[in-house]
Design a protein around this ligand. Sequence first.
Ligand code: IMP
Length: 203
Amino acid sequence: MKKGLGEESPRIGMYRVKLYLLTSNKGKVGEIARIAVKYGVELEAVNAPKLEVQSNSLREIALYSAINYYISSGGMPVLTEDAGLFIRALNGFPGPYSSYVYRTLGVRGVLKLMDGVEDREAYFESAVAIVYDGLVIAETARVNGSISKEPRGEGGFGFDPIFIPQGFTRTFAEMSIDEKNSISHRAKAVAKALESLLNLLKV
Ligand code: IMP
């Protein structure tokens, strides 16, 4: 049996597909696991050290940590995801530095930077990388929206309480995981990446 392919994983053609999801973010695990189930892919979250390269490209960051984990683990199949919030009035800040800005300024700090700013347009971008049996896949996706005037909602994580997706009046934090997944950057990027992988494996 190939390394990392679990006995109990759902069969896809002649394959049993299992991926190790490299993250310590429980919010991400909940969202990504629901998408994986739809594709019959087994996921196991691993809280291993995620080596991140400093880059302005989320795709590059996700690819680097996936390839690094694949090599250092001796070929374990891996999925990594990197995301960021890009605010137009702040020239795309915090973008690839969203994690650091969330830990330092937080939601309140970002709202303070937006104090009196009329243009509230922003988008979330997600980059997903998969390395599986030597195959390397990277996909990205975005969701457009705007920054609210105050935090609202108890769900989700990170900047969810201040992000209102286009066409909605509620923030991501006021939505269920399934509703967020029906429009989110992460759900779209994960779906694209899993579709690419399954298509390649069926050949
Ligand atoms: P990373 O992808 O783990 O590097 O996280 C980037 C940061 O962006 C996270 O710490 C969150 O604060 C924020 N972020 C990324 N995706 C989302 C999302 O779907 N909702 C809210 N905040 C997010």
